[in-house]
Design a protein around this ligand. Structure first.
Ligand code: PHE
Length: 344
């Protein structure tokens, strides 16, 4: 019996020592120390022993139980410790790791360009006006000296809803709308950024939808030299102090005289290169002195008032300033493109 008990003890302790999981140790506890376990089983045979042997074996049985119990306890303790240790290791925070950057949005390059131009003109005393994108034939064309049969309407293929309603092809209708609002009394000094639409096939330089910024200054004695001065200030501020502008005669039905305005090429500085098509100059906008008929139609006396107006394409400005080679980049929302224009 003694050997049996000792063998049981050694067997149990060995199993306990090999156990890697608390669950296994629990199973050993149930198996060896439970009511139906082998130690109890052995003790059942005590009746057959002599009175002298009984206490000795009884004592041994208790010792065996105790030894197994202790082994279980210390194993449980060790496994517990190991688990805590493992958790601590797993959950260690490495404070030296670099932080994850928080992704911040930024203004779209077109919005940024408009804001920059607005800021400049606000500094020159202009305020910002707005007009509808769905426009009447009257404001988009007629009030700008383009009667229904005027051939210059062909310069701007249009999206019509009805004979009288269309998506505006330019921001110039805001000129007429604003002048009407002022009821024949100046001064008017506004710029108007906004979306415009033309029936163009999209390619690297054309888009059926794009943005313009219109400018209008009406007052007593506004002269062409005022136009030139303002546009020169704009070009230098937007493109760089070293740049200059030149005015070329052109035609718009709502301005007389009309000009196209070029800025000196920022790549070759006038020598001629691929960007400026060897001319040294790049066209940036259309402008002119407000046509007397346009002033008159919108309620201003052309003998009393004169004015200048200009209109520029926002995409074109941004493409020239940032060296963007395809207008479609503005509308495809590729983050790799947009992220380059983030300002802090
Ligand atoms: N509206 C003209 C265009 O879209 C530009 C322009 C505006 C020209 C104002 C002269 C004066 O081409």
């Amino acid at each position: 019996m003694r050997e049996q008990l000792e063998a049981l003890r050694d067997d149990a302790i060995e199993k306990i020592e090999q156990a890697q999981e608390k669950k296994v140790v629990q199973e050993i506890r149930v198996k060896y120390l439970g009511k139906k376990g082998p130690v109890t089983e052995v003790l059942r045979g005590m009746g057959k022993l002599s009175p002298e042997e009984r206490p000795v074996i009884g004592q041994l049985a208790n010792d065996v139980r105790e030894a197994i119990g202790k082994a279980i306890e210390s194993k449980m303790e060790a496994l517990e410790q190991a688990e805590i240790h493992r958790k601590l290791q797993e959950e260690t925070i490495d404070v030296t790791l670099p932080g994850r950057p928080i992704l911040k949005g930024g203004a779209h390059p077109l919005t940024a360009t408009i804001t920059e131009v607005e800021d400049l003109f606000i500094g020159l005393g202009f305020s910002v006006a707005e007009g509808p994108q769905i426009e009447t034939d009257y404001y988009n064309f007629e009030a700008l000296n383009l009667p229904k049969d005027h051939p210059a309407r062909d310069m701007q293929d249009s999206f019509y809803f009805t004979d009288e309603l269309l998506l505006r092809t330019q921001t110039s209708p805001v000129q007429a709308r604003t002048m009407e609002k002022y009821k024949g009394k100046g001064p008017i000094k506004i710029i108007c950024p906004g979306k415009v639409f033309r029936r163009d096939d999209d390619d690297a330089t054309h888009s059926h939808q794009f943005m313009q910024i219109e400018g209008l200054y009406v007052d007593h004695g506004v002269r062409m030299s005022d136009l030139k001065g303002v546009l020169q200030a704009f070009a230098k501020s937007f493109f760089g102090e070293e740049r200059s502008i030149r005015l070329r005669p052109s035609f718009f039905p709502f301005t007389e005289p009309s000009v196209e305005v070029d800025v000196s090429c920022g790549i070759c500085h006038g020598d001629g290169c691929r960007v400026c098509k060897q001319t040294g100059w790049i066209e940036i906008l259309g402008a002119g002195m407000v046509h007397p008929r346009v002033l008159e139609m919108s309620g201003f006396n052309p003998n009393e008032y004169s004015g200048f107006a200009f209109g520029m394409g926002v995409e074109r400005l941004a493409m020239l300033k940032y060296g963007i080679d395809d207008i479609r980049h503005f509308y495809t929302n590729d983050r790799r493109f947009l992220a380059q224009f983030k300002r802090v």
